[in-house]
Design a binder for this molecule. Structure first.
Ligand code: F0G
Length: 391
């Protein structure tokens, strides 16, 4: 086995065959996956000599599931489009949008889900489970269908966009509506999965899922002609994705493909911003918000599970976590649609709202190369789109 699990707090190393994967058996903190980068580096570098195409599984040498076991619906390989009009108006020379709304179910979750579901099959689970603000459930439902697994979705009652709910239903998941918000649903899902081997939890506390999501960093690096951007801006909810993307960039450095890493800037909605708060007040811990509220329903989260990983990502990279109001998010969604031809759901447009704010706050300089991650497609949230269109 080429990978091990490591606790992000006490650093103990575990054999993945022997422990549950959601928390460290010694101290209870989250786990992440580590490799022997010295022995793996050469093979990984060599595998990148082939010209492509880009995809999550192009990077299988540094993934914890073997290619032969991959459950795939052609995820990853999403476009990196160069901003013309928005960049000009900001007087920035190089701004890009990494459009992960182009994934099979319309969000970045597919990058992680292909790996998590492949792992579920590998270990013999028969049912997969997640709590979700919508996109995770849509993605899990599709990959579970492909793999022939049963799927159970816990969603906050009445709080997820219809497009996403329909995706989960169409792919045949069992849907359970939970009173309260996403944080409650995740708590419930964790309890349900605890100690049950056949029931596999695929939220981002599952480190296998984040392994898939880190491939966005590899693709960006290749798409920029093997160049590391100066800054990567990511919408933040449960804080798994920013942590995963940061891990990807660190692994490019650890395998000696690059000497540099970017600054990571996370963006939360002002009504759901416990991480931005902790960052602004220079706290070591995140204090959960009991009643998060924002139109960006995908990131309406008050107790981000991966807060420690995310705070580390921004502090180690000398980035930041900032917040954007619902008005700023909606304005960014409009800008992206009207000036760049990209239709993003509100949570996804948070990265562009963050770009505008970061420029104003002088967190970016005009000559820097900036990549905004667009996390999900605008058609998923038709209510937000209808309001946007004045219907
Ligand atoms: N953007 C979109 C479109 C999302 O759906 C999510 C998370 C995020 C950004 C934030 O990513 O949680 O890794 O910080 N959606 C989750 C879900 C919570 O259940 O679909 P994160």
């Amino acid at each position: 086995m080429k990978h091990r699990l490591q606790c992000i707090d006490c650093s103990r190393i575990f054999n993945p065959a022997q422990i549950p994967i959601y928390a460290c058996p010694a101290c209870g903190d989250l786990l992440h996956i580590v490799y022997n980068y010295d022995s793996l580096g050469r093979k990984f570098r060599e595998s990148l000599h082939s010209p492509g195409p880009l995809s999550v599984w192009r990077y299988h040498r540094i993934l914890p599931v073997s290619l032969a076991n991959a459950i795939s619906i052609a995820e990853g390989g999403t476009g990196l489009s160069k901003s013309e009009r928005l960049a000009r108006s900001l007087r920035m020379s190089e701004v890009y949008f990494k459009n992960d709304g182009q994934n099979p179910t319309g969000s970045f979750k597919d990058r992680g889900m292909t790996v998590a579901i492949s792992r579920a099959v590998e270990i013999g689970a028969d049912t997969v489970l997640c709590a979700s603000t919508g996109n995770t459930s849509a993605s899990m439902a599709a990959y579970a269908a492909k793999a022939g697994l049963k799927a159970i979705v816990l969603i906050p009652k009445g709080k997820i966009a219809m497009g996403k709910l329909l995706q989960a239903m169409v792919h045949g998941s069992k849907i359970c509506q939970v009173e309260g918000n996403f944080d409650k649903a995740l708590e419930r899902a964790r309890k349900m999965a605890s100690g049950r081997r056949g029931l596999y939890l695929v939220n981002s506390i599952n480190p296998y899922r984040l392994e898939g999501q880190k491939t966005l960093a590899f693709e960006v690096w290749e798409q920029l002609g093997r160049r590391i951007p100066d800054v990567v801006i990511v919408p933040v909810g449960n804080a798994g994705n920013i942590s995963a993307i940061w891990k990807g960039f660190q692994e490019l450095r650890r395998t000696k493909l690059t000497a540099r890493v970017p600054r990571m800037i996370g963006v939360q909605a002002s009504g759901a911003a416990p991480l931005a708060d902790a960052y602004a007040k220079n706290r070591q811990k995140v204090i959960p918000w009991p009643n998060p509220e924002t139109i960006a329903s995908a990131i309406r989260i008050g107790a981000p599970a991966s807060w420690k990983k995310a705070l580390r990502a921004v502090r180690e990279s000398r980035g930041a976590i900032i917040k954007a109001s619902d008005e700023e998010i909606t304005a960014a969604q409009r800008l992206l649609a009207n000036h760049e031809g990209i239709f993003a759901e509100p949570a996804s447009a948070a990265s562009v709202a963050g770009l505008l704010k970061a420029k104003k706050a002088r967190l970016l300089t005009p000559r820097e190369t900036v990549v905004c991650v667009i996390t999900g497609h605008g058609l998923k949230d038709q209510k937000a789109a209808a309001a946007f269109a004045g219907l």
